[in-house]
Design a binder for this molecule. Structure first.
Ligand code: HEC
Length: 377
C-alpha cells in the first residue's frame, strides 16, 4: 500500500502544485487587466456590452439603444467630466434617457473615473482630438477644434448709422482631423442718415467664405491643440452697397487652444488677409486672443458659463496703425445636453477708434452631432 499511498498523495498534491504554478501567472494577468475593467463588467456591460459596442436594445429589453463606445468619432468628442456627470447622476442630467441609470450612490468617484478610463480605451483611433479641447466659442477668435456645428452670429451697431449684420456658419468634420466650413454673411444697413430725406434700411448678402481646417497637434498631456485653416472669401456681396469687398481674399491662419489650471483657457488666432488679383485691397494681418474660465452653476455638472475677454487687433502689413478692440463677453450653455450654446458681448474700439462705434454681439451655436436642436432641454 505504501507506493499507492504515495501515488494518491501525489495526485492530491497535483492541484496544489498546479495552483502554485498558475496563481503567479494569474496574479500577473491581474495586473495586466486594465483597472476599471472589472467594475465596468459588473456595472455597465449588461447594457453597454463587454466590448463597449452597446448591448442590442431588444435583447436586454431597453427601449433605447446604448451608444457605441468603440466609435472614435463619437467617443472621442465627449469630455470625460461630462460623462462622469452622466454616470454619477444618470442620463437625464445631460438630457439623455433615464434608462442610463445614476451610479453616484453605488460607486465612488474614483471608481467612476477608473471605469471611464476603461471606456475610453474602447475606441481605437487616438488621432481624434479629445472633446476636452472643444473650448467655449469666442465672438471673433476661431477655435482650433474641428467641429460639427452651426453658428449664427449677429452684431448690432450702437449709434451712428444703424446696422444689423449676421453671419451663418456651417462646419462639418471629415475624418479625425479635418473640417470644412461655409460661412454666409447677410444683414441690413441704414443708409442716408443725416440727409434731408428720411434714412432707409437696405438688406443684402455679403462675401461668402469657404474654409478648410486641419488639426496639426492635439496633446491632452500638455493641454494644447493647434490647427491651420485656409479660407477663401469670395466677392458675392454687393460692393457698391457696402456689403462686399469686390475681390477674392485668401485667409491663411493658425488657431491654438491651451487648457489651463482651474478650468481656465486661452485661444489664439493669427493670420493674413491676402487680396487676390490687382483689384485693390491691402494685405492685412490680424491677431485675436481670447482668455476665459468656465464655471458651473448649481454643482459640478450644472449649467456651464464662461466669461471671456478678447483682444482683437488688425491692420495693414505695410505701414499704418493697427486697430485694437476689447471684447468682454460671456458664453453659456442653453440646454442640459450642452450642445446648444450662446454668447453675448460688447465690442469696444480701443485704439484707432475713429469712425468705429461699440457693437453688441451675439452668437448661438448648435453642435448638431450631439443631437437635434430640440433634443436634450
Ligand atoms: C440599464 C442599462 C444601462 C446601464 C447598466 C448603464 N448604462 Fe450607460 N446608457 C444606457 C443607455 C440606454 C444610454 C443611452 C441614453 C440616451 O441615448 O438617451 C446610455 C448612455 C451612456 C452614456 C452617454 C453617452 C453619450 O451619448 O454621451 C455614458 C457615458 C454611459 N452610458 C456610461 C455608462 C457607464 C460608465 C455605466 C456603468 C457604470 C453605464 N453607462 C451603465 C444604459 C445603461
Amino acid at each position: 500500500m505504501g507506493p499507492f499511498l504515495r501515488l494518491t498523495s501525489l495526485l492530491s498534491a497535483w492541484p496544489v502544485a498546479v495552483a502554485a504554478f498558475v496563481s503567479p501567472v494569474l496574479a500577473q494577468k491581474g495586473t495586466v487587466e486594465p483597472p476599471g475593467q472589472a467594475l465596468y463588467r459588473q456595472a455597465c456591460a449588461h447594457c453597454h456590452g463587454w466590448d463597449g459596442t452597446g448591448a442590442r436594445a431588444a435583447l436586454v429589453a431597453l427601449p433605447i439603444q446604448p451608444p457605441d463606445f468603440t466609435d472614435s468619432r463619437f467617443a472621442s468628442r465627449e469630455p470625460e467630466a461630462d460623462w462622469a456627470g452622466i454616470v454619477t447622476l444618470g442620463g437625464p442630467i445631460r438630457g439623455f434617457d433615464r434608462w442610463m441609470p445614476a451610479f453616484g450612490e453605488a460607486l465612488k468617484r474614483e471608481e467612476i473615473d477608473l471605469i471611464l478610463e476603461y471606456v475610453q480605451s474602447f475606441y481605437p483611433d487616438k488621432s481624434w482630438p479629445r472633446g476636452e479641447f472643444n473650448l467655449p466659442l469666442a465672438q471673433a477668435t476661431e477655435k482650433a477644434f474641428p467641429e460639427d456645428e452651426v453658428v449664427l452670429r449677429t452684431a448690432v451697431s450702437t449709434g451712428g448709422e444703424g446696422a444689423l449684420w449676421n453671419r451663418l456658419t456651417y462646419e462639418k468634420r471629415f475624418g479625425s482631423r479635418n473640417q470644412l466650413e461655409i460661412s454666409a454673411p447677410f444683414g441690413w444697413k441704414e443708409v442716408g442718415r443725416g440727409l434731408a430725406s428720411a434714412s432707409r434700411w437696405e438688406g443684402g448678402v455679403g462675401d461668402l467664405a469657404v474654409g478648410w481646417k486641419r488639426v496639426l497637434w492635439a496633446d491632452l498631456g500638455v493641454g494644447s491643440i493647434g490647427s491651420f485653416t485656409l479660407e477663401a472669401v469670395l466677392p458675392t456681396g454687393n460692393e457698391t452697397k457696402g456689403f462686399g469687398n469686390g475681390h477674392t481674399v485668401l485667409e491663411p491662419f493658425l488657431t491654438t487652444g491651451q487648457l489651463l489650471e482651474w478650468d481656465a483657457f486661452a485661444q489664439l488666432q493669427t493670420g493674413l488677409e491676402l487680396p487676390l488679383g490687382g483689384g485693390g485691397g491691402e494685405k492685412e494681418g490680424f491677431l485675436r486672443l481670447a482668455v476665459g474660465r468656465t464655471f458651473t452653476a448649481g454643482g459640478e455638472w450644472g449649467r456651464a458659463f464662461s466669461p471671456m475677454m478678447e483682444f482683437l487687433g488688425s491692420g495693414e502689413l505695410e505701414g499704418g496703425a493697427w486697430k485694437w478692440d476689447l471684447l468682454p463677453q460671456v458664453h453659456f450653455t442653453l440646454n442640459r445636453r450642452q450642445h446648444v450654446m450662446a454668447n453675448v458681448g460688447v465690442r469696444l474700439p480701443l485704439i484707432e477708434r475713429e469712425g468705429r462705434r461699440p457693437q453688441l454681439v451675439f452668437l448661438v451655436l448648435w453642435d448638431w452631432f450631439d443631437g437635434g436642436l430640440l433634443e436634450g432641454w
